[in-house]
Every structure is written in structure tokens, then in C-alpha cells.
Design a protein around this ligand. Structure first.
Ligand SMILES: Cc1cc2nc3c(=O)[nH]c(=O)nc-3n(C[C@H](O)[C@H](O)[C@H](O)COP(=O)(O)O)c2cc1C
Length: 292
């Protein structure tokens, strides 16, 4: 989770037996390296870095990842094909996030180690299919491991994902209110207060759909999108730029007027602020009980 998942949160997840992922978003090489070093100072366990392939600093971010010897790279917003050889040579597993069967197959052909099939219930940038629909279809289509993401916040979700054929899950929103999460108090409170129907999708018209909590920013965003989309010449540049920097504003300033409080539909079932270890322990205990 860009901005939200730093070295401290990732280390706490890894230390507790999960695979913590640092979100590098639009970071440059040094910002990425700094978070990797924080994680390394807090855990000896493997952790990963998510690389946003549209980031203009992507090459230096990858340099930092290779030099620091990170275990796993997950990728979003593009095709990691041209980076795979280099990452594999450094012993790094490559796991892209995919929103469709077609992309999962393309990724498999490029030699990735696994895919994360992500449904549109997720917080952050999303595709069009639901987790329940996409996971089994990707499982049927590829011969590499499939990790399920989107709408999973407890052991019931994990058990369901395993039933669909996934070998693991990626959880985002659940960790926003973890004690080790550094997001602004207003952002945490908004997640804790959210009901099932309190997310909406911004940016779909410009092709950058993102699930966020309802607030002043997202409601204005939707109004602007609706108004522009009915015009003969919509202001695509303004639409593209509307969400720029808005996640950072949410995480750092907790500003509901200008910040995109990205969160998934499961925000409605998050009512507490446990440690990352408590989240993992109870999630896994519930999943294993359900799965027998
Ligand atoms: C605040 C936030 C930021 C996110 N940023 C990224 C990102 O930078 N890259 C990415 O691949 N996924 C990102 N995601 C998606 C998560 O990695 C994860 O797949 C998703 O949250 C899973 O669905 P859930 O929110 O229902 O648990 C983000 C999600 C949230 C909530």
C-alpha cells in the first residue's frame, strides 16, 4: 500500500509470520532504500516491496531492491516483463497483481513466480471483476500459484479464498488500522467508522479506477467526473490530475477535503486496532478452524 505500508508495518507483518510488503508507489531509489533498511532493522524474516511500474523512478527503485537483497517484488500498473531476468538473477521472486485472466496468462508466459488475482472489492486501484469471480478463473487458467486479494479481512475470507483455489491471500485494508500503521488518525477513524456501503470508485472515467472511502474529496471527484463525462470535450488532463498526491495527503495530513482515503469494501467489518501479529494470529486461527 503506497504511502501506508512502510518498513515498520511490513516488518511487523513479516515478524508475525506473514509476508510484509513495503509500498514504494512514487518513491525514488533512496526513499525505497530507507524503508527497506527500516524493515531490515526490525526483522530477519523475508519481506517484499511493491513496485508501481508507472513510477518514473522505477529503475532506481529496482536498483535499491536488488542491492538490498529484498526477497519478493510485487508489481502493479504495468507489465514487469523487462525486469524479470534481472530480479530473478538476484534471487528475487516476482509476483504481479492481475485484474483479469488475460493478463494472468500473459504474466505466466513472461516467467513470473506467481500472480495476485485482485478483485474490485479492494482498496486502491482496481479492475472490474470481483474476487469471487476472478480467483477461480485465474486458478483454472494458469499453472503458477495464485494469491487472492480483495475483500479479505479475516479467517472466513482466507478460507473462502483457499476454497477458490488460491494458495495465499493479500490483505490491505485490514492493516490500515494496525497499531504499527502510521496513517493519520483521521484516516484510521474513517476506516473504523465506515459501513459496508461507505466506499466509492473514483477515476474510472480516466481509466484509473480507485476504491476510496466516501468523503468530501471523493464526492467532489465523482461530481466533477460526471460533469466532464457529459461534455463534448472532457478535460482529461484535469481528470487525470485530480487524484495526484491525494493518497499522500490522506496518509500524512488526514485531510478529508483533499485526501483520497483509499480502502476496500471490508472497511465496514474493521472495528479495532490490533497489532499486526494479532491480526495474523486470529485470521489464521479462524481460517484453519474453518478449513479443518
Ligand atoms: C491505501 C491503499 C493503498 C494501496 N496501494 C497499492 C499500491 O501502491 N500498489 C498495489 O499493487 N496495490 C495497492 N493497494 C492494494 C493492496 O495491495 C491490496 O491488494 C488490496 O488492499 C487488497 O484488498 P483489501 O483492501 O480488500 O484487503 C492499496 C490498497 C490500499 C487500501
Amino acid at each position: 500500500m503506497a504511502w501506508a505500508a512502510d518498513g515498520k508495518l511490513a516488518a511487523a507483518v513479516s515478524e508475525a509470520g506473514g509476508l510484509g510488503i513495503i509500498g514504494s508507489g512514487h518513491f525514488d531509489g533512496e526513499q525505497t532504500r530507507a524503508q527497506i533498511q527500516i524493515a531490515k532493522s526490525l526483522t530477519d524474516k523475508p519481506f517484499g516491496v511493491n513496485v508501481m511500474l508507472l513510477n518514473r523512478h522505477v529503475e532506481e527503485v529496482l536498483d535499491a531492491i536488488v542491492e538490498e537483497g529484498v526477497a519478493v517484488v510485487t508489481t502493479g500498473a504495468g507489465n514487469p516483463a523487462k525486469h524479470i531476468e534481472r530480479l530473478h538473477a538476484a534471487g528475487i521472486k516476482v509476483i504481479p497483481v492481475v485484474p483479469s485472466v488475460g493478463l494472468a496468462k500473459i504474466m505466466e508466459r513472461t516467467g513470473v513466480d506467481a500472480v495476485i488475482a485482485e478483485g474490485m472489492e479492494s482498496g486502491g486501484h482496481i479492475g472490474k471483476l470481483t474476487t469471487m469471480a476472478i480467483v477461480p478463473q485465474v486458478v483454472d487458467a494458469v499453472n503458477i500459484p495464485v494469491i487472492a486479494a480483495g475483500g479479505i479481512a479475516d479467517g472466513r475470507g482466507v478460507a473462502a479464498a483457499f476454497m477458490l483455489g488460491a494458495i495465499g491471500v493479500q490483505m490491505g485494508t485490514r492493516f490500515l488500522t494496525a497499531q504499527e500503521s502510521h496513517i493519520h488518525r483521521n484516516y484510521k477513524d474513517a476506516v473504523l467508522k465506515a459501513k459496508d456501503v461507505d466506499t466509492l470508485v473514483t477515476g474510472a472515467y480516466a481509466g484509473h479506477a480507485a476504491r476510496v472511502l466516501k468523503n468530501k474529496m471523493s464526492k467532489n471527484f465523482i461530481k466533477f467526473e460526471k460533469a466532464e463525462s457529459t461534455k463534448e470535450e472532457p478535460d482529461m488532463l484535469a481528470l487525470e490530475q485530480l487524484g495526484n498526491g491525494a493518497l499522500r495527503t490522506a496518509v500524512q495530513d488526514g485531510d478529508a477535503e483533499h485526501g483520497s482515503f483509499m480502502a476496500g469494501e471490508v472497511a465496514g467489518m474493521i472495528h479495532d486496532e490490533p497489532t499486526a501479529a494479532e491480526i495474523l494470529e486470529r485470521t489464521w486461527a479462524q481460517a484453519t478452524e474453518l478449513l479443518g
